[in-house]
Design a protein around this ligand. Structure first.
Ligand code: HEC
Ligand code: HEC
Length: 245
């Protein structure tokens, strides 16, 4: 697909955009809002322990460079994915860069308990802040490719992301309402999974839902799709750590 042929137009305006939080039952909303009920907070706590734990050949902790509290990470998650040294990085990817380069430690696998915990800890520092991904000269090719993926029909069901999350948002599919598909709360505690999961796990669920070949965890394609979704949700409030049904 020729990425440059796609233009970044016809996005839902800010006023009509809606987090899936709005579609949840009062019980599930309370689960996200009440710190005594939100199971994702266990991952935040685990993430904070890992943050302070020395690791790797360098025997340094994230905290050794970034401070004990994690406050230095305020606002960071609102800017990802972003281009770092010429390559599009997700937040998970950047955490793994620090593991490998700064700690000289093994990188963490997608959906591993430790990567989810660290990502949730870092992202929760931006809770309540607006998503700040902007189009720029560096990320534009990736952004356009992400948009192309969003609009491309895929799988045996031959449906695009846009056909559900733009054209049919608010309608019912099986038992569940189709949300607008804004990644405002990741990583999430998903009740159906009974655990935390990354945005990429959620996207892989949607891809398998239409019987499409799933993008690989940590792939460039995933990062491009994430970038487009975060750009599409720019200005919306980050809710991490979120709960979803
Ligand atoms: C030896 C010091 C050091 C250690 C240890 C370290 N980092 Fe970093 N980190 C940096 C520096 C320096 C940067 C700035 C960008 C770069 O050089 O990659 C950075 C950047 C980051 C960013 C991106 C910030 C932004 O504004 O985009 C995140 C997220 C991050 N680190 C998380 C972690 C986590 C999580 C750990 C522990 C697993 C960790 N770092 C360990 C030094 C460190
Ligand atoms: C057949 C319709 C359909 C298609 C096609 C589809 N999705 Fe979804 N998607 C859903 C439904 C339904 C949910 C919510 C499920 C639930 O209630 O938990 C969802 C959830 C999501 C969410 C989670 C939103 C949140 O608040 O956490 C994101 C993000 C998302 N989809 C993105 C995508 C992307 C990107 C694609 C294309 C690769 C895609 N979806 C394809 C139906 C679809």
């Amino acid at each position: 697909m020729n990425a440059v042929a796609v233009e970044l137009t016809k996005e839902p305006t800010k006023e009509t955009r809606q987090s899936s939080y709005q579609l949840m039952t009062p019980e599930n909303q309370a689960m996200q809002d009440d710190s005594n009920l939100n199971p994702a907070l266990f991952w935040v706590i685990d993430g904070h322990s890992l943050w302070k734990h020395k690791a790797g050949k360098k025997d340094v902790a994230c905290a050794s460079c970034h401070g004990e509290s994690g406050l230095s990470m305020k606002g960071v998650a609102t800017q990802y994915p972003k281009i770092i040294q010429g390559k599009l990085q997700t937040l998970e990817g950047q955490i793994n860069r620090c593991r490998a380069d700064k700690q000289e430690s093994a990188t963490l696998a997608y959906e591993s308990k430790d990567l989810l915990a660290l990502t949730t800890f870092v992202a929760s520092q931006s809770k309540g802040m607006p998503i700040a991904v902007k189009e720029n000269v560096q990320n534009k090719p990736d952004l356009l490719q992400g948009k192309a993926f969003f609009n491309e029909r895929m799988g045996q069901l031959n449906l695009s992301c846009a056909q559900c999350h733009q054209d049919r948002a608010g309608l019912k599919l099986g038992g569940s309402l189709i949300p607008q598909g804004h990644p405002t709360a990741y990583p999430i505690y998903r009740i159906e999974w009974q655990t935390m999961g990354s945005l990429q796990r959620r996207l892989r669920n949607c891809m398998s839902g239409v019987r499409a070949k799933q993008f690989e965890y940590g792939s460039t394609e995933m990062a491009q799709l994430e970038l487009y979704l975060m750009w599409r949700a720019r200005g919306m409030t980050l809710e991490t750590p979120g709960v979803r049904p």
